[in-house]
Every structure is written in C-alpha cells, then in structure tokens.
Design a protein around this ligand. Structure first.
Ligand SMILES: NC(=O)C1=CN([C@@H]2O[C@H](COP(=O)(O)OP(=O)(O)OC[C@H]3O[C@@H](n4cnc5c(N)ncnc54)[C@H](OP(=O)(O)O)[C@@H]3O)[C@@H](O)[C@H]2O)C=CC1
Ligand SMILES: CC(=O)N[C@@H](CCC(=O)OP(=O)(O)O)C(=O)O
Length: 313
C-alpha cells in the first residue's frame, strides 16, 4: 500500500520543526521535503502542496491563507496551525477530545484548524463545564494564561535569547492588554459561552510550557458544586483519554507553568474548596498547544492510533 505523502509548509519555524521532529523517523508516512533555498518559493510550494495527501501549515496567518489558495485539487487535506481558519466555515476545530467519535469528524475532514495554544488551555476546562450546563453560558469568566517565550515563534525566541536583552525580559510580561487577543474568537465559539472571557496572557523568561487558569465562584454554578465535585465532573468527562488527565490539588502546592514542557499531554489541575475553584491546564505550547496536537490530528485523519509518534511522558 502507498504511504500517505505529508508536507510541512513552514518546516523551519518553531512549530514546523517540532512537527518534523515527531514525524522524521516514522515509516508509516512519506515526508515530502522542499529544497532549503526554495522554501518560500510560491511555485515550488504549490507543487508540494498539491503533491501531498496531507499538509501542515506552520506559517503566519497570511501565508497560511495563501497556501490554502494554492491547493488546486480535491485530495490534499490540510491541518493549519495558524489562527487563520479556526472559526472559518468548512473547517473542523481540531480538538479531538471534544468529539465522541473524533474519527468521524476530524478523521473525515479535509480541512482541520489546529487550536491556539492559550485557547487549548482555556477550552480544556471551560468547554466541558459549559456543555454539561455546570457553567452558565452568561458567566462573566476571566482567565489568565502563562506561556514560555517560544509561544511567540522565531522572532520572540531571538529577542529572549539575545545577549543584549533588556531588563523587561527578565520578568513576566502581561501582554494582549488591548483585551483583543487573537484567540478570543475561538475561545467564545468553541466554549459555547455568550461572551469571551476577560483574558490576560503573560509571557515569561523560560522556553516552553503553559499554565492557563480559570477562576470560579461556586455559588454561581449549576448545583453549586464544590471544587472536589468539579474535579470529579472533569475526570468523568475525560475518562479514557490518552492525552488529557485531571487531578485535584489537595495540598495547596505550587503549579509550575513548565510542568509538562516536553510532553504532548495536558493535565487539568483543580484547586479550591466549597466556595471557590480554580482550574489550571498545564501543557506545552509546542506540544498539545501546537505541534503535538497537529500530529494527533494527522494520526486521526490517517486512521492511525492518535498517539503515534507523540511524547506521552
Ligand atoms: N510557537 C507556538 O507555540 C505556536 C505557534 N502557533 C502558530 O503556528 C504558526 C507558526 O508559528 P511559529 O512556528 O511559532 O512561527 P515561526 O516564526 O517560528 O515560524 C514560521 C515559519 O514560517 C516561515 N514563513 C513565513 N512566511 C512564509 C512563506 N510565505 N512561505 C513559506 N514559509 C514562510 C518562516 O520563515 P523564516 O524562518 O524565514 O522566518 C518561519 O520559518 C503561526 O501561525 C503561529 O501563530 C500555534 C500554536 C503555538
Ligand atoms: C508568547 C506569545 O506571543 N504567544 C502567542 C501565541 C501565539 C500562538 O501560538 O497563536 P496561534 O496559535 O493563534 O497562532 C500570542 O499570544 O499571540
């Protein structure tokens, strides 16, 4: 049987390289590679985009839209890691754990939008609680999200790793202060909330890893559950999942944002008591937040075990 041909457009970028790292040694796919000096040549990219059965777009939004327009056949399937198509018509949102039968949705799709990294953390806690009607749709939710600097791609990595970095870059920096972060559309649409959260992202002086936290007053939730009951609800929702686990923090311990750096898993940590709850998603912005999720989606699209080639520790 012919192996599926796979092409990574943007392979030299932060996300693309991590996908390549997960696919390079695989024998169940045939990886198409572009000549280094032609990697931005439109005609050469067009050839590969049309020769492939499946392509990853690891590009800025405008280049991702251009790449889709270059595809002129019915067989090339697309996984787009950029923000360009996450709420677009005709695209499936690539968060497998949100579908009862991911193989029938993502597995059949021609166009899959890979979730944003902050959106992944936010939705992993919020979407189940809204869909189970625990969290009312009109709840005025807030969220803060810590990320390592690789989340900003090559340009931000270069800033943080430059010998001349200024003093600001040694401390956590709150950004997105116009409160119009590019992930808000998908956060609202996929969570089912009436309005997006007030969202506060923070980038800090470490390479990768995320901690995305929502804060809840239990008395405004359906049935007024305790934090421990919210933990049980999320445990039941994700039962049997290979990449998402849930735990309850009994001891009031610290949650380092790089706890799952290097892994493609995501852990939800529930903390709190009778009156208040926080739920924090710990994961790697380059793992379940980007490249790991993209490879998980590819596996499902190709009918393979979803964890093939992923880092599960
Ligand atoms: N970093 C992260 O944690 C995450 C990133 N994403 C998204 O994934 C996409 C890629 O991000 P990231 O890898 O961080 O970004 P990078 O800047 O690290 O990489 C982007 C790559 O695309 C290349 N490129 C730019 N324009 C073109 C073009 N017209 N044709 C071919 N190649 C082109 C760049 O070339 P050059 O090397 O010359 O600059 C670069 O290698 C973005 O949309 C980003 O928002 C999503 C989730 C998380
Ligand atoms: C630190 C930093 O700047 N992070 C980026 C995350 C970008 C990202 O991965 O966004 P997409 O998934 O939508 O492409 C940001 O918040 O804009």
């Amino acid at each position: 049987m012919n192996k599926p041909k796979v092409y990574i457009d943007g392979k030299e970028g932060t996300t693309g390289l991590q996908i390549y790292e997960r696919l390079g040694a695989r024998e169940d796919i045939d990886l198409l590679l572009i000549d280094e000096e032609k990697r931005k040549d439109v005609e050469e990219r067009k050839k590969l985009l049309n020769a492939a059965d499946l392509v990853f777009l690891c590009l800025p939004d405008a280049a991702a839209k251009e790449a889709v327009a270059l595809i002129e056949n019915d067989h090339t399937r697309v996984i787009d890691a950029s923000t360009a198509h996450r709420t677009a018509k005709g695209w499936v949102y690539g968060f497998p754990e949100f579908y009862r039968y991911p193989g029938e949705v993502i597995g059949q799709a021609a166009r899959v939008a890979n979730p944003g990294c902050h959106a992944t953390g936010f939705l992993s806690s919020t979407m189940p609680l809204v869909s189970l009607h625990i969290l009312p749709k009109d709840y005025p939710l807030t969220c803060y999200s810590l990320t390592g600097y690789s989340g900003g791609g090559k340009k931000m990595i270069a800033e943080y790793e430059s010998g001349e970095k200024g003093k600001d870059l040694y401390s956590p920096r709150i950004y997105g202060t116009n409160l119009r972060h590019k992930h808000l559309n998908e956060m609202r649409k996929i969570s089912g909330l009436d309005q997006p959260p007030v969202f506060c992202p923070v980038v800090d002086d470490y390479y990768k890893g995320m901690a995305t936290t929502i804060m809840l007053h239990n008395k405004y939730l359906l049935g007024q559950p305790t934090a421990k009951e919210i933990y049980h609800i999320l445990m039941a929702y994700y039962a049997g999942q290979k990449l998402i686990s849930v735990r309850y923090e009994e001891e009031g311990g610290m949650l380092p944002a790089n706890a799952l750096a290097g892994s493609d898993r995501l852990e939800l940590v529930v903390c709190g008591h009778e009156e208040q709850t926080i739920v924090t998603a710990l994961f790697d912005n380059l793992g379940k937040g980007a490249s790991g999720a993209a490879v998980q989606n590819m596996n499902i699209m190709l009918g393979l075990d979803e964890t093939t080639g992923l880092h599960l520790d």
